[in-house]
Design a protein around this ligand. Sequence first.
Ligand code: PNS
Length: 168
Amino acid sequence: MADRPDRIAVCPGSYDPVTNGHLDIINRAARVFDRVIVGVVDVQVRKQKPLFEADERKGFIEQAVAANGVENVEVKVFSNLLVEFARENGATAIVKGLRAISDFEYEFEMNQLNRTLAPEIESVYILASPDYSFIRSTGVKEMATFGGDVSDLVPAAVAEALAARART
Ligand code: PNS
């Protein structure tokens, strides 16, 4: 078979902080694509200011991906349009995780907008595993702030950082 270029996907998000649900999607994307570039957004896309700096969020993902032994995943911080970030990295796909119907409405809108800007980039959706479908960074942060144990929901380093923040 003729050589074909690597199939590259970007997996974007705020990752504030990364959860086991995000990591499940990243690992599964890494099985489908030759290379996965996790894009950590360094602009405020939510009403609330991020709890962790973009570089800390990036570090948590890098650590967790390395611990899982996944070699075709790279993590980058970006602050431009998602489709531009995808283009800059030679990606032909944007991978998103979908947990519930509530995610669908937002993603449907984003899909149409991104498609208008970059019709050559396909958005691909991976459905959350039942084990992780209830995990959301916002919920994890709220639980941790009030002293809840989130160690089953996020990588150990993240659980420690959240606990440290809660103590201050
Ligand atoms: O739910 P998240 O993780 O906060 O989503 C972040 C992201 C980047 C996936 C979402 O905002 C998105 O799909 N943005 C696409 C629109 C865009 O390019 N915005 C510009 C800055 S990211």
